[in-house]
Structures are given as C-alpha cells and as structure tokens.
Design a protein around this ligand. Sequence first.
Ligand code: FES
Length: 139
Amino acid sequence: MAKHPVAKVSELPPGTRRLVRVGNIEVGLFHVEGRIVAYRNVCPHAGAPVCVGRISGTSLPSAVYDYQYGHEGCILRCPWHGWEFDLRTGEHLVDPATRLKAIPVVPPASPASEQLEPIPIEREGDSLCLVLPGESPNP
Ligand code: FES
C-alpha cells in the first residue's frame, strides 16, 4: 500500500469541500457537522462528478402547504439531474439504498464508513492521505 497525501485538515474548515485526485481516482472531501467525510466523485445515478454539486439544505417532510427547510450544509445536489444526497451518510434522500461511494476517513470512524471501499483515507495529524492498495510504500 502507498499513502498519497491529498489535503490538510486545516485546509478544510467546517462547511467546505475539496476535490482531490490520485491517479484516476477522484475523491470529494467534505467537512460536515464536525466530521470529515469522503466520497468517490461518481454519482450512483449516471456517473456525474457529484462532488462538485451544490451543498445546501433541503425541504423536510411536512404537511400540505407547510414548507420546512432543514439540514443546511448537509445536502449535496448532483449537478446533472439534481439527486440529493445526505453528506453525513451518503444516502440518497428519497431512496436511502442508493448511496454515494463512501471512503472511510480513519480515524475517526463514521457512520458513512460502513460502506467501505478498500482505499481508506488516513488522517495523520493535519494530513489526509489516500491509501491505495497494490502500490509499493512511499520511501
Ligand atoms: S448523474 Fe447524478 S443525478 Fe443523474
């Protein structure tokens, strides 16, 4: 395995994102509600670069003619067709079985890391490193 430093935690203040690339793997890093989460930059619908989508809130379930807005800063909207995903879990808002491809950020573990891909991002102090399998270690 080889570690690829991709960002500094200090470069990701709350509410921000950063797009990083190692080889042909593009990852969106998001600082949402005090946690750093990471997702592959591929929408599960049709492959759009979902991580560049607008971050906002969304309409909450409510009674007829009662419009409530919430989850500000936690919803990622895909730029192609507008599917909305909860950045805290990676779940599509309408169909939670449809999810962004999460990459675990360790430590700390997060609920989003339950759908692990075998390419974690390791947090070492202020550094975030993408760990790719099958490569020789960095010297
Ligand atoms: S490609 Fe993302 S919603 Fe269609």
